[in-house]
Design a protein around this ligand. Structure first.
Ligand code: NDP
Length: 321
């Protein structure tokens, strides 16, 4: 089968469109013929070596498609069922062997592109605004890269839970997207001082929590935008990894700092099933809009990585398999 493989960590030029053996079914797995694979920032971290994995490796943490084979010990799934799933570095490929405990059956009404587009960023946004910091009515929340894939979903969810949302973006075009998603205020964080603007917008109250997937370039501004006992959820490295910090900086204002990963909020099948069914319900009821901004062919996956690393995303990027 065709797949994208990385043999040596590095930039997007290291991604090769190759022939690899089609996976063979295992008793506890599903073999899925992929229709779409989601592109996520984490794929660039695996490719570059920021998150080291054994090489060579395939890429891709989510996808959607049709079940071609069902492992002998698997129940609840049949050949021909359409599924969306989370996986570990194997969905940029024609076929993926996946864990049935990380898959959801898709109703006829849900298109495969929307399904592939919602799993990883949707579950991240949902679990983080419920568990990393439980957003509630009356909160004021700062969300960086509010027009990005995860950012737009977080904005919508924070509004759904009754918060006032301040979003940051780098351009007017992205500000409109974040505003359409529900952001009440925009800060142009590449040219405005974020804590100063947060102070003005909140009349000096500052924010209850910051969701920061940008990382290195925004960490200090996120920290300085919090109120007493505020929470900083630092969850990504889009601009680079946050440098090590001195723990005592948390004592001024009793700040809560988290650096969560999605997988540990959906570790058990029960957690995954609850979060994914809540996510699908929010989408089906119209509370959460999934915005696919660009679709690339599998063989052009390197272009998708250039696109996300250049900060061009205004929603979800997919690979059509
Ligand atoms: P996005 O679609 O949000 O793209 C990233 C955005 O970050 C860009 O659109 C850009 O917006 C902004 N940005 C700021 N600086 C840079 C930079 N130097 N290079 C590129 N982009 C930059 O991506 P995702 O939604 O896929 O991911 C967002 C973050 O969430 C990532 O850091 C990712 O790792 C993290 N994440 C973490 C998870 C976890 O489990 N911890 C799970 C899923 C995602 P603008 O132009 O407005 O600045």
């Amino acid at each position: 089968m065709k797949a994208i493989q990385v043999a040596i960590p590095g930039d997007a030029s290291k991604m090769q469109y190759v022939d690899v053996p089609k996976p063979t079914i295992k008793s506890n797995s599903l073999l899925v013929k992929n229709e779409f694979s989601g592109v996520n920032f984490i794929d660039t971290y695996i490719r570059s070596g920021l998150y080291p994995v054994p090489m060579p490796t395939l890429l891709g943490r989510e996808g959607s498609g049709v079940i071609e084979e069902v492992g002998a010990d698997v129940t609840g799934f049949n050949v021909g069922d359409r599924v969306a799933y989370l996986t570990v570095n194997n969905s940029y490929a024609e076929y993926s062997l996946i864990n049935p405990e990380r898959a959801v059956l898709l109703p006829q009404s849900t298109p495969s592109d929307a399904a592939a587009a919602c799993m990883l960023q949707g579950l991240t946004a949902l679990t983080f605004v419920r568990r990393a910091y439980a957003v509630k009515k009356g909160d004021i929340i700062l969300i960086h890269a509010a027009a990005g894939g995860t950012g737009q979903l977080m904005v919508q969810l924070c509004k759904y839970f009754g918060a006032t949302v301040i979003g940051t973006t780098s351009s007017e075009e992205k500000a409109k997207i974040a505003t359409d998603a529900g952001a009440d205020h925009i800060i142009y964080y590449t040219r405005e001082d974020v804590p100063t603007r947060v102070r003005e917008i909140t009349n000096g109250q500052m924010v209850n929590a910051v969701f920061d997937g940008v990382g290195k370039s925004t960490f200090q501004a996120s920290f300085d935008s919090l109120r007493r006992c505020g929470t900083l959820v630092s969850f990504g490295n889009a601009s680079g990894k946050v440098p090590p910090i001195e723990i005592n900086i948390l004592s001024k204002g009793n700040i809560v700092l988290l650096r969560p990963m999605l997988n540990d909020y959906i570790h058990t099948h029960e957690e995954f099933a609850e979060a994914s069914s809540t996510l699908m319900k929010l989408i089906n009821e119209g509370h959460l809009n999934i915005n696919v901004c660009k679709v690339f062919d599998l063989q052009n996956a390197a272009d998708a990585h250039h696109y996300i690393e250049a900060g061009k995303t205004t929603g979800k990027i997919l690979l059509k398999i």
